[in-house]
Ligand binder design. Structure first.
Ligand SMILES: Cc1cc2nc3c(=O)[nH]c(=O)nc-3n(C[C@H](O)[C@H](O)[C@H](O)COP(=O)(O)O)c2cc1C
Length: 221
């Protein structure tokens, strides 16, 4: 697969086939991804790959936390407290497109809630990755992490794997740390559901939109 196809064909997949990913494939994926760049080559990534029983235990613990109404306590603030334009509208559109693909009506809060809970089931993916960073690293290293995570998502395409990055699971970093035996020296950035996509599901068939190049680019001669 060429790079253009990998980038333009990547989507956030939210339905997966019940098919294991060979350990060798997961290893090859990370072998490739470790070539991502990082400032002064610090390579600040720490990755947990959860499959099988471990993944199930994490999922159970996350679902229990949500059901018990455990307060989210993310290690960092991903989104602004107050949404302003144009981000507010884009975020709204993102939700509308997703619920429409899932055939969930605007006012059906119960089904929306259920769809949200699928995050904590990793959308049925056979593997769930968790990306951590040493809490003593600076903002620049978070930039490195973004590049690393995108590299994983693109490299996954080479193996016919699809993914969904998930900030939702980072709402409960203590649970993930506990279940994966990661010390609180590390901050949880996000999770990534990974597996073979179920192409028959409409949720994997719609495409999110992007603004035109000229809307975000200034050309200076
Ligand atoms: C860091 C990050 C966290 C995300 N968290 C979630 C999440 O928790 N649940 C989810 O369903 N999608 C999540 N997404 C997926 C975005 O909604 C998606 O990338 C966006 O709508 C663009 O769609 P595309 O990835 O299909 O191109 C996340 C994306 C990123 C980059």
């Amino acid at each position: 697969m060429n790079i253009k196809e990998a980038i333009e064909g990547r989507i956030s997949a939210r339905a997966f086939l019940d098919k294991k990913i060979p350990k060798e494939t997961l290893n090859n994926l990370l072998e490739t991804s470790r070539w991502a760049p990082s400032g002064t080559n610090t390579q600040p990534w720490k990755v947990i790959v959860a499959t099988g029983l471990t993944k199930q235990k994490i999922s159970d613990a996350l679902l229990a936390a949500v059901n018990n109404k455990t307060k989210a306590n993310s290690d960092y603030q991903y989104y602004p407290e107050t949404w302003v334009e144009p981000f507010k509208s884009r975020r709204f559109q993102c939700g509308m497109d997703l619920y429409s693909a899932l055939n969930i009506g605007r006012d059906d809060s119960e089904k929306r809630m259920e769809a949200g809970l699928n995050n904590f089931r990793f959308f049925g993916a056979p593997a769930s990755l968790f990306f951590f960073i040493d809490k003593d690293m600076g903002k620049g290293s978070w930039v490195d992490m973004g590049m690393f995570i995108q590299t994983v998502m693109l490299a996954a395409r080479e193996y016919n794997l699809a993914s969904c990055p998930q900030a939702s699971v980072a709402d409960y970093p203590d649970i993930i740390r506990e279940e994966t035996s990661v010390s609180n020296q590390y901050h949880l950035i996000c999770g990534l559901s990974l597996g073979y996509p179920d192409e028959s599901k409409p949720v994997n068939q719609y495409r999110t939109k992007r603004d035109d190049v000229d809307s975000f680019t200034t050309w200076l001669d």
